[in-house]
Design a protein. Structure first.
Length: 508
């Protein structure tokens, strides 16, 4: 069993001689409750090559204090982390192990650092006695457990906002601390500082921002590919936690990666990217079991809510609920099963191998201004052919299918342009924006096609149960009208996207 909380905190440098300023003078503070000193003993776990630390994740088993147990923290933004807690046990709970699988793979998690902290706690309270924030002065002793046995010691001040508190309150606390000579810590976390200060000299992290220099076409495409792979790995625990939009974002990352493999096949060897692309297609389809149903359900609920009550005949809401439940039953369990499966793990390993030894072709050594526009324009040509074919067909099933094919080509052209933006700048950005506009119109049309298919099923089920099918037929008509509107809009949107100067700008 686990629980989670959003942790918003700030850390400050201190010494054993640092004196806290009068915290009663912080705006909003009516009283400071000194809670005394507690002893904390935390062992931090990671892989031998510190994969969690590289992504700013921390996993610890802590005793002492009010929240003894296993704690896993995910970065959200500067000073903000999501903390997932599990009860104290001798071994890592399965619930936390699953959240780490995309990063850890089959590597062993081992103790890397032990932190012993004497925490002097102060509660900052408002006029009603409610907690605003907890301020602690921590005297820390760090001991390295792997890669040496060095130790380090320091004192720091930590201010953690109370649950549902206003983050602006931390600004007020910081102003008071700064007036007392206290300055923000340079370390992102206790673990980061411990690893840095106890590392052997030859393994100390080099200075600099670590940003690779992008000179060739291969450099640019590999940077884009690495970004998508990183997103897939980072979104895995978010999907497992069922966070909003996580499934959609993970699908987008898989599609962008697969699209890059196909668009830039003159730069990346298809003999390597082809099989990986096939597995990415499989993963996106599996993730879609949840996502597509969510989208349809939300679409129909919005449609029904917009109708006047006189047009909602029969048990429409209960019919939609039964239909939605039947279609989504077990889908979340299936998604978790996919992420826990060997096939998905093999895909992650293949992505690791790809990054470690990129299959670059000779064209990868060319300048990005030469190689990238050619690939982007080739995707554009494919889209132009499909758009022309779709607009030449009469309304009906064949045209629906052709517009769906054009939508996929528009998405690929858009992603191609987005991947080229760091190298080609504003022309690629504008190209991608125009392609997104085309994709949006075609996407609206396809959404209507899918919705009409579902509405036919709902109407048939209602009729078979002796219910009125009127409302479902009304929604079908609305979807049909929206599809027709998209078809009328497409020529205008395509005219803007197909202007020659838009493509000419890509080649300079």
């Amino acid at each position: 069993m686990t629980d989670s909380k959003r942790e918003i905190e700030r850390k400050y440098e201190a010494t054993v001689d640092t004196r806290l300023p009068d915290l009663n003078r912080v705006s909003g503070v009516a009283a400071v409750d000194h809670r005394g000193v507690m002893e904390l003993d935390a062992v931090y776990y990671d892989t031998e090559d510190h994969r969690l630390a590289a992504d700013s994740l921390t996993l610890r088993r802590r005793t002492g204090g009010a929240d003894a147990g296993w704690h896993l923290k995910f970065p959200v933004a500067s000073g903000i982390r999501d903390e997932i807690r599990a009860p104290l046990s001798d071994t890592l709970p399965d619930s936390l192990a699953g959240l780490l699988r995309s990063r850890v793979r089959e590597a062993e998690l081992v103790p890397v650092v032990r932190l012993l902290s004497a925490r002097d706690v102060h509660h900052l309270l408002d006029a009603d006695g409610a907690l605003l924030a907890e301020l602690s002065v921590d005297e820390v002793l760090a001991e390295r457990l792997t890669g040496g046995s060095a130790t380090a010691a320091w004192t720091e001040i930590e201010v953690e906002l109370a649950d549902d508190g206003d983050p602006a309150f931390l600004d007020a606390v910081e102003r008071r601390l700064r007036k007392g000579g206290v300055r923000p810590s340079k370390a992102a976390s206790k673990l980061a500082r411990a690893l840095d200060e106890t590392a052997p000299e030859e393994r100390r992290r080099p200075k600099g921002d670590g940003t690779p220099r992008l000179r060739t076409a291969g450099d640019h495409i590999m940077a884009y590919v690495r970004e998508q792979i990183t997103a897939i790995i980072a979104l895995d625990p978010a999907v497992r936690r069922d966070l909003p939009d996580s499934v959609h974002q993970m699908r987008v990352a898989t599609r962008r990666l697969r699209s890059a493999f196909r668009t830039y096949r003159k730069i990346l060897d298809r003999a390597v990217t082809g099989p990986i692309g096939g597995e990415l297609k499989w993963l996106a389809a599996e993730l879609g079991v949840d996502r597509d149903q969510e989208v349809l359900d939300a679409r129909f609920r919005t449609r029904i809510a917009d109708l006047s009550r006189t047009l909602v005949l029969g048990p429409v809401h209960s019919r939609l609920r039964v239909w939605s439940t039947a279609r989504s039953s077990g889908s979340r369990q299936r998604t978790i099963g996919v992420l826990d499966g060997e096939r998905y793990l093999a895909l992650l390993v293949s992505l690791d191998t790809f990054l470690a030894d990129p299959p670059l072709l000779p064209a990868a050594a060319r300048s990005p201004q030469d190689a990238l526009p050619r690939a982007v324009l080739k995707d554009y040509a494919r889209l132009a052919t499909r758009i022309g074919h779709a607009m030449d067909l009469p309304a009906g099933r064949d045209r629906d299918l052709a517009m769906h094919d054009a939508r996929k080509a528009a998405k690929r052209a858009r992603y191609a342009g987005e991947a080229a933006v760091p190298a080609l700048g504003r022309p690629a950005k504008k190209f991608a924006k125009r392609m997104k506009g085309v994709q949006s119109v075609l996407g609206d049309h396809q959404d209507s096609v899918v919705a009409r298919g579902a509405l036919r099923v709902l109407a048939a089920q209602a009729h078979a149960a002796g219910e009125s099918a009127f409302t479902w037929g009304l929604l079908y008509g609305q979807e049909e009208a929206d599809a027709a509107a998209s078809e009328r809009e497409l020529p205008e949107v395509w005219e803007r996207a197909s202007r020659p100067k838009l493509r000419a700008a890509l080649t300079g």
